[in-house]
Design a protein around this ligand. Sequence first.
Ligand code: ATP
Ligand SMILES: Cc1cn([C@H]2C[C@H](O)[C@@H](COP(=O)(O)O)O2)c(=O)[nH]c1=O
Length: 219
Amino acid sequence: MTGRQAAPGLFISLEGIDGAGKSSHIASLERLFAQAGRAVVRSREPGGTPLAESLRALVLNEPMDPLTESLLVFAARRDHVVQVIRPALARGDVLLCDRFTDATFAYQGAGRGFDLDVLATLERWVQQPDGAGGAALLQPDLTLWFDLAPEIAAERLAGARLPDRFEAQPADFFRRVRAGYAARAAAEPGRFARIDAAASREAVGAAVEAAIRERGWLA
Ligand SMILES: Nc1ncnc2c1ncn2[C@@H]1O[C@H](COP(=O)(O)OP(=O)(O)OP(=O)(O)O)[C@@H](O)[C@H]1O
Ligand SMILES: Cc1cn([C@H]2C[C@H](O)[C@@H](COP(=O)(O)O)O2)c(=O)[nH]c1=O
């Protein structure tokens, strides 16, 4: 055999409450990987396919109960996993995703108070290749958690755009969402890197880069 073996696909999700600063760093992450010679796919949830983007518009704007909301985000995710995420990882690409299933546990679970066991069942259905049957659950290789106090996030978002159904929630909702992320990070410390999102843009960017470099993914 000759030549280098192709790098395996890498799945990195960015998480945090609304306004924590995720989107501000996704482009520089893409540049870092591109400079290291990796093909990069950038995506987001809910969304990432035409069908999932249609569901996103409903979830962000139409009134609905927490079960409907959970079913719609997981329906969007299933299409995204099948059409975009698994093919990208199979090609060996780096998939950068603005939110994934931790957001469902944080927003629908901790924020709305929806049943975590039902979410875990939906997670198995959606993230196993053939639905709820045996094979490994698709999860990010790394989750960058942009951790920020809701009060600071609200200041950053103030006047920036018309708030959607989530952004319009009170500070208490975001306190619960933040606690939901903290619980997910505590349960899987190897997958999560907590980024202090209250720091300057430069310091946050450096922390994000360090989290990638220390895993040896830019070598
Ligand atoms: N470290 C920082 N210091 C100060 N302001 C910041 C910082 N990072 C981002 N911002 C500003 O905060 C606002 C929210 O940032 P951004 O859109 O990246 O957050 P987000 O996590 O993607 O939010 P959402 O999930 O609601 O889309 C933007 O106006 C951005 O310019
Ligand atoms: C994946 C996912 C997202 N949400 C919420 C979180 C945000 O308020 C919006 C997405 O907006 P963004 O500007 O792209 O961050 O959707 C959710 O409630 N549940 C989920 O699973």
